[in-house]
Design a protein around this ligand. Structure first.
Ligand code: ATR
Length: 274
């Protein structure tokens, strides 16, 4: 009998996870099947109980349930607690444990482009929403020399600094960050600016140094204006595809104990994105 996993969110119709995960299950010969479930926020607790009763091996969680699901689980990992959001639930012998693989997935993807010791890197994170929090927490675990976080609303950046970063890390205003761009070897956009493809970018890149790793967690558009401008200035660019694929690969590993074929997962996502 197939072991069931899936995705709950509202909406979920756009998700590429079923194709990506089912292809990887099939490739590794594991008897798992991934299905998406649209769950209205009013029905979240009921849905969690239903998945528990049906013996699901686990599931992914997306907007708007990443925070709201936490009280309905039996245990929350330290990372998910610090990030304040769960994107992966694992049924560990009847106990529902909430994890967050978004940040770790992002860092794994980023590291494909970092060909120097991460301990030497000064990193700039732009944005202080939920995605930023996951990225900041996981990056701090990777141990760069420093992480600076900047955002339109500075209070939110300070909260992430206090809750997810380390003593040597700091916050900086956007203008100061723009003026200090040359000190960063890695610059990451976690804001939603660029998603609408209306020409807006989160930061002026005039002072960007060629060779800087410039990352955007957005994957649609495939190359945001931010990445286009960075590429023109000689940056090494990294879009959000790897984060999408690798957060899924880490969830796969947690459910099955086996590493999936990441290249296959990435190929499927790239095909879907056209
Ligand atoms: P998510 O959970 O996907 O990260 P979010 O919590 O809404 O989404 O966070 C969006 C991020 O994009 C925030 O850093 C937000 O800045 P504020 O904290 O100041 O709101 C940033 N953002 C979105 N639209 C923006 C805009 N037009 N100008 C500047 N920052 C913007």
């Amino acid at each position: 009998m197939k072991k069931l996993v899936g995705l709950i969110g509202y909406p979920v119709s756009h998700s590429m996870s079923p194709e990506m995960q089912n292809a990887a299950f099939q490739k590794s010969g594991l008897p798992f099947f991934y299905e998406k479930y649209e769950v209205h926020p009013d029905r979240l607790e009921e849905a969690v109980n239903d998945l528990r009763t049906k013996g699901f091996a686990g599931w992914n969680v997306t907007i708007p349930h990443k925070q709201a699901i936490m009280p309905f689980l039996d245990e929350i990992s330290e990372g998910a607690r610090k990030i304040g959001a769960v994107n992966t639930v694992v049924n560990e012998h009847g106990k529902l444990v909430g994890y967050n693989t978004d940040g770790a997935g992002f860092v794994k993807g980023l590291m494909r482009h970092v060909h120097f010791p991460i301990e030497h890197a000064n990193v700039l994170i732009i944005g202080a929403g939920g995605a930023s929090r996951a990225v900041a927490y996981a990056l701090a675990q990777a141990g760069p020399k420093s992480i600076v976080i900047t955002n339109r609303t500075m209070e939110k950046a300070r909260d992430i600094h206090n809750e997810c970063l380390r003593k040597q890390d700091s916050v900086m205003g956007l203008e100061e960050a723009e003026a200090s761009l040359s000190v960063f070897q890695i610059v990451i956009n976690t804001t939603s600016i660029g998603m609408k493809n209306d020409g807006s970018t989160p930061m002026d890149l005039s002072l960007l140094v060629p060779g800087t790793v410039l990352s955007d967690i957005i994957y649609n558009p495939f190359k945001t204006v931010f990445l286009q401008e960075g590429e023109e200035r000689g940056a090494v660019i990294d879009n959000g595809v790897a984060m999408l694929v690798l957060q899924g690969a880490l969830a796969f590993e947690k459910w099955t104990g086996v590493q999936p074929d990441v290249e296959l997962m990435e190929k499927i996502v790239l095909e879907k994105l056209g």
